[in-house]
Each structure stands twice: as structure tokens, then as C-alpha cells.
Design a protein around this ligand. Sequence first.
Ligand code: TSJ
Length: 637
Amino acid sequence: MSTEYGADQIQILEGLEAVRKRPGMYIGSTSSRGLHHLVYEIVDNSVDEALAGVCDHIDVTINADNSVTVIDNGRGIPVGINHKAGIPAVEVVFTVLHAGGKFGGGGYKVSGGLHGVGASVVNALSEWLEVTIYHEGKVYRQRYERGKAIYKLKIIGDCEPDKTGTMVTFLPDKEIFEETVFDYDILKQRFREMAFLTKGLKISLHDLRPETPVTREFHYEGGIKEFVTYLNRSKTALYPEIIYCEGEKDGVAVEVAMQHNDSYTENTYGFVNNITTPEGGTHVMGFRNALTKTFNDYARKNKLLKDTEKLAGEDIREGLTAIISVKIEEPQFEGQTKQKLGNSEARSAVDSVVSSQLEIFLEQNPTVAKIVVEKSVLAQRARDAARKARDLTRRKSALEGMSLPGKLADCTDKDPKNCEIYIVEGDSAGGSAKTARSRATQAILPLRGKILNVEKARLDKIYGNAEIKAMITAFGTGIHEDFDITKLRYHKIIIMTDADVDGAHIATLMLTFLYRFMPELIRQGYVYLAQPPLYKIEKNKKVWYAYSDAELNRILTEIGRDGNNKIQRYKGLGEMDADQLWETTMDPARRVLLRVTMDEEASSELDLTFTTLMGDKVEPRREFIEENALNVKNLDI
Ligand code: TSJ
């Protein structure tokens, strides 16, 4: 088959009415997530042009009216007549469902990937959409409203003969979307990632809505090598080099970059056609296999290990940050959420590219090899020690029955659905909470001071930590391979800390532990943050509580700002007596809880959220806590 794209090669499938009737079928949802997918759908087409080597700049603008403009300097969508449809190819692209996805043969396409439903779906779900094409000295334009062309493709003017490209502007339909306001930060995150994944491509993002417009530019000549540097930016790297492998096998283009840092957790992110695969898949398995095999072979050959010794994969990956990016023509996604790559040729391609190039890298960089092997040996020892400690506690609990931690004031109800556990910072606040609680359904577990930072400790130390042991036994689920969510003893795990920077830090330490050791609790929505008030306002024997400065102002405006107001600023939970704590923070009828969530699609950023907070570098941590504290959703309960 010819790799030349012709106007008549687009397969015509079906009309757009179906898209407007059941938008969720095509873009997943009509919430904020679906709204942002519209932008990705359009931009993916320009990224394909960049992957074809004929486009190096994509410019995205959120306009003042909340429409979005995407401009690229590629070849321009073809304007010639598509013979099957009898209309210009560009019109087919925007009005025929699934057009543009498969041109058959020739190059990788991110727009045909997981989300690739095409420009016609965006068009169908937009109040209006305008496309402008620069081609051979002419400027072409067509406008659509709710998917229908309102005039034929026309020439609206001339341009310089060597200027080529495509510009698309669309306004999401308010009849379709629950949310129609674009979030600059969400787009920024995604475009940064896209720029890392497509080296050399410049992506500019402008937001024209604020009084002072904002602009960001993402352009990485080093591609995923710079991605790894970025992910490790608040950590300490174990060596300055970024290990990099690139190659092609059986139609799979493979790119891998990695570097170890001094933490104990692995951060491996897989991408297929620029789309993240939170559940991994064959490409990640191929990578892991190659890593384990190559390091073991090297270590044995260079006498860093005895012939009988063997490094385990997880020990080699301790503290590893890695990006595995594959491009494949027909990706098969598996698993419940279709986020796991299934193609077996991806496994062997990644395995073979990484094995051969990593071997050469290690031969040429013996210092790096030695650092990693030595770290892996230490990791292995710590893991053995941890296993022994765990076996001991397992045996103990089998003999003595599950003994709950002494500091836990448990609730009397035994149905987990009704039960909540408050994890409270400090013994004194714990005392008030014990007095205040509703004994039937609310359990209290006081923790002493700052809990262990699990990002900075190996497993043996983590399992030996009293606060962490108390949480694990109180929850009842066990951890790692023993984790069983059906054994969870409370359906609400509520973290209650002071409403100040220290409190936010302690809450984050706890969330880091939960995220690393029991992510399923967060995924299933069992984890919450309590919201203690910041102020108490008293006037003429009446009392109000304010949970933010804005609320304080609202209340003061309502009751009048005069000398009779008594305002108390709470510095900690300990300043409230039990009744106040109950009224403001624990009474299910009156309290505000924030549910902790994680956005799996933005996984590399989420991880960063935690690691920035927990790393050694103090400044980003402070900024982060004060700006937005945590990834939490407000709940009306
Ligand atoms: F999605 C879309 F259609 F709306 C859209 C497509 C939006 C934007 C902003 C850009 C694009 C786009 C499409 N940019 N560049 C292209 N290129 C082609 O469609 C194209 C041009 C020439 C040839 C060729 O073989 O000559 C092949 C293709 C796919």
C-alpha cells in the first residue's frame, strides 16, 4: 500500500448525530475530563504531524470566550476532493465519524490511540468550529455549527507561498457539557508531558482569559531524558547520567530513559503513542525483564556478585525513575479501564532494545553500574530483614488473634459501613476527640507527632515504626501481598490535623503512606481529611465558626463589624474543647470532609505532588502546602 496520503483514502463510517445523542460513548464523560479531551483530540492530530517530521510547533490558546484555538505549522489538512465522499478531505475529517483514524500504513499516530476518536467528534460536540488551512499560497476556511458545515470550503485570501499549517478554533457546546470552563493547569500539565514525549516539538500555551494573559512554552530537545530530570528535580540523583535507549523492532519504536535517586520507591511511567498506561502492560514487562537480566549479567561478569547470588528486579528498581515510551501502529489496550498495553511484540521490542543498549551503557559507565548494584544489594538485605519482621508479626497475630493497638479507642459498631476512624495528630487532641466522639461509630487513633516519611525509609524501618504498625492493624486490611480490602474495618479513614502548615505536612505524610502502601483505599474513596475551623466568632452569646478567611469576612459582614465581636483564631485542635471539636469537625450532621482522590491519568504529576512535599528540598514543599495543600474534593457531608 502506498504511504502517500490521498484525499480518497479516508474511510467513511457513520454520521455525527449519534455522537450528540451519546457523547459519553465517544469521549468518556461530559464532565471536566471530557471537556479537556476535546483539546487533546485536536492537538493529537498536530502531534501526528510532528511525528511524521513535518511540524515542529503547536500553539494552543484558551480564548477570552473560553473557545480554544490550536495552530500547527504542518502540511495543512488536505483540501482536495475526497473521491468517495465527493467533498474536500478536510470536510470529511470534520463531518465523518472515525475519519482520519486509519489511513492505512505509514507512520505512528497518537490520534489513533486510546482517546483517538477524531476531529469529527469534537466538531459534533462544539457550538461552532472553524478550520483554517494554509496551503500553496492560499488560505482556506470552513465553519461548522453543531457538526454541520454552514458553507462550503472557501478560499478567504492569500498567504506567503511557503507558509503551511492548520488552525482550528472551537467552542464546546454548553448543551452537552456540564463543565465548559477550561482549566489552564490541566492543559499545562498535559502539554508539558506531550512535549517531553515528542523531542524537539515546541508547544506553546496561552490563556487570554485573565486580565494579564499567561503564556507557557514547552520545548525539550532532550525529550524523555529531560522528562526524567524533571521528575527527579526535587530528589537527589545517585549519578549524573540519564541512561537512554532508543530503537525499533517489529514495527515498535522504543524509547527508554532512566536514572536512580536516593529514595526507595520506583517511579516507572509507560506511554503508548504518547498516552499514559497507568496499569503498565507488555512494554513495562519487557523493560523490567531487560533491566533485571542485564544488571545481573553485568554484576556477575564483573565480580560484583558471587555466582550463586542474584539481584531481584524490585531491588534494582528501588529509587528508579523511568520513562518507557513506545509507538506502535495498532495498540491493543486491555484491562478494566483499557489502560494496559496488550501487544506481545511490544514486550520483545522493549526487552531487546533495552538489553542490548543497557549492556553497552554499563560497560562504558562502570561507576554508574557499581552504584546501582551496590544499592540493589543493600535493598535486598533490607527486604530480607523486613520479611523476617513481617513473618514474625504474622505468626504473632495468628497465635494471639488480631490485637488492636493500645492507643486505639475503637467504636462499638462492628459493621465497617457505619464505622469511621479518626487519625488524630497529637495525644492532647486525641484526648479531646475521644471525649467528643460518637462511641458507636467513631474510633480514634492518636498518633504522636510527625509520622515516619515512607519516601525516606526502607521497608525494614517502615514496618518497625510504631505509628505505622498501629494504623495497619487498626485498618485490618494488611499491606502489600496480604492487602485485602474486604477486611477494612472502617469505611471512612479521616485524617484530622491542625489547620496550619505543620498540620498539612503531617496530613501529607499520612497520605504518602496510604498512597504508597494502600493505594486502593484512596482509589475507592475511603480516605478523607477533616476540616477544623480557623476562627470562632462570638457576638451577643451567639457563635459562628469560619473555615477560611473568606468565610470569616462573610460572617463579619453579615453580623456587622463592631466592638461586640469576639474573634478567636484557632492555632490547633488542642485549643478546642471536646464540645467545640464535636460541633465543628466531627459531628456528621455539621462537619465538612474532604475526600482524597487521585487522578490516575496524571500519575506522574500526582506522584510528584507527594514527592515534592516529602523530598529534601524545603522550598517547593512550603510553596506547595500553602498554595493548594492536597488533592482533595469537597464533600457535602
Ligand atoms: F484534528 C483536526 F483535524 F482538527 C486537526 C488536524 C487539527 C489541527 C489543529 C491540525 C490538524 C492537522 C492535520 N495538522 N496537520 C495535519 N496534516 C494532515 O492532515 C496531512 C497533511 C498532508 C498529508 C500528506 O500526506 O500530504 C497527510 C496528512 C495526514
